[in-house]
Design a protein around this ligand. Structure first.
Ligand SMILES: Cc1cc2nc3c(=O)[nH]c(=O)nc-3n(C[C@H](O)[C@H](O)[C@H](O)COP(=O)(O)OP(=O)(O)OC[C@H]3O[C@@H](n4cnc5c(N)ncnc54)[C@H](O)[C@@H]3O)c2cc1C
Length: 381
């Protein structure tokens, strides 16, 4: 067994860390959180540095990286500006990965090189007011008439739907619960498409939207996978789930790591010399618990990711990882708030932002309870 990253991955980690230090100083991250605007300028810089093509196959202009490479990048970005990895996830995971995995040859040739260069952005729309945890319950419909599909319905909480060029839209094309769902690549400039941003506590700037489809016209060629992709939306989404859970695990690890590092610095500056040995030791123990739990979550995430890259069945491990990383990061950030005491909730410190951001990770991409339901099934329960 070798738990080290190989040279290429170590270099990638170093490169993304340098990018973060140079392009996203703390003050800039705070400013972006305050402005609550989509981080277009940073997405552009990530593209220029080649990070948006990390998981695109080489034949389409990408780096051909796997989910471990992607996690390394997301963890480092989340350590400074979690919303940026959330925004990037939409493009990289739902643009690059879903098209790499499910697109027709023409779709791959059309979208992947542009995604690699950062010329287009994608969002991904499944959730509706009555369908999220129960995703197969969608009621947005795509009806075929006069050579086109006409989409009618609404979606909720869709990240980046107001800034993306295309939204991969899950719509009902048949009665069958799982076998009657199709994914469409919807051009957001289409007549009848509108997205309204929803204000929220954390992940400021991720452009979470309510989306309305009012008779949106889509050619059959825009079915994901081409016309043979009709009614295959559910199967296509299933192929993405392990990666989604892993990438979100790494986002949680990044926030947890940031909270741990800030809390360590705060303790060294404020308690080391001012408190008695016993008092300081009690703070030390809390920090040690934060570090240990975070490390356990990290090991589980990268172990699950290794299984995924080896094509070994890992639904149990990716679901365990998604919920454990999110819940651990929440716990770590809460401890961070406690250690900073009255400064924890103060806006001039970043800990309050970590708390606002981390809360979303146990909801998006399948809630903690849903991940536990999946693990329970794998245990035969
Ligand atoms: C910031 C943000 C960004 C998002 N971005 C996107 C996006 O880009 N695209 C997209 O399609 N969706 C997106 N979502 C939606 C997200 O994936 C769903 O909100 C999430 O999966 C929860 O589903 P729900 O909305 O149906 O909530 P509900 O399922 O109604 O959740 C309410 C509570 O009920 C619990 N619950 C529900 N069913 C069960 C069950 N069977 N067993 C036990 N407990 C249960 C949940 O765990 C939760 O605690 C986003 C959400 C947020 C908050």
């Amino acid at each position: 067994m070798d738990f080290r990253f190989n040279e290429k991955r170590s270099a990638l980690k170093e490169k993304i860390r340098e990018f973060v230090e140079k392009e996203i100083p703390r003050e800039h991250a705070r400013e972006l959180d305050k402005r609550d605007e989509f981080p277009h300028e940073l997405i552009k810089k990530l593209s220029q540095q080649g990070f948006m093509r990390i998981n695109i196959p080489e034949e389409y202009g990408g780096m051909g990286g796997d989910v471990i490479d992607t996690m390394i990048v997301y963890e480092e970005i989340s350590r400074r500006l979690p919303v940026l990895s959330w925004a990037m996830g939409n493009i990289a995971l739902y643009g690059n990965e879903i098209i790499s995995l499910n697109g027709s040859r023409e779709q791959k040739e059309s979208y992947l090189p542009r995604l690699a260069k950062g010329e287009v952005m994608f969002s991904f729309a499944i959730t509706e007011p009555n369908a999220g945890s129960d995703a197969a319950n969608i009621s947005t419909k795509a009806a075929y008439k006069d050579g086109y599909f006409w989409i009618n319905g609404s979606k909720m909480f869709i990240t980046g739907a107001g800034v993306a060029d295309y939204t991969i839209t899950f719509a009902r094309t048949g009665e069958s619960r799982y076998g009657g769902i199709t994914s469409f690549i919807v051009d957001t400039k289409s007549e009848g498409y509108s997205a309204r941003p929803i204000k929220k506590l954390g992940y400021h700037g991720s452009n979470t939207c309510e989306v309305i489809y009012d008779n949106v016209k889509v050619p059959p060629g825009n079915i994901l996978g081409g016309e043979s992709g009709l009614n295959k939306g559910w199967q296509q989404e299933m192929k993405l789930l392990n990666q989604e859970r892993l990438v979100l695990s790494s986002c949680a690890l990044g926030i947890g790591q940031a909270a741990l590092e800030d809390a360590v610095e705060f303790a060294k500056e404020n308690f080391r010399h001012r408190q008695s040995r016993d008092q300081y030791q009690s703070i030390q123990h809390r920090l040690v618990e934060m570090a240990t739990e975070l490390e356990a979550a990290r090991q589980l995430a990268y172990y699950a990711a290794w299984k995924e890259t080896q094509r070994i069945e890992c639904v149990k491990e990716t679901s365990m990882s998604k919920y454990f990383a999110a819940e651990t990061a929440k716990k770590v950030v809460m401890q961070g708030i406690n250690i900073l005491g009255p400064y924890g909730p103060v806006m001039a410190h970043d800990m309050q932002r970590y708390l606002r951001d981390v809360l979303i990770l146990s909801i998006g991409g399948g809630t903690t309870q849903i991940q536990k339901n999946i693990v329970a099934k794998t245990l035969g329960l």
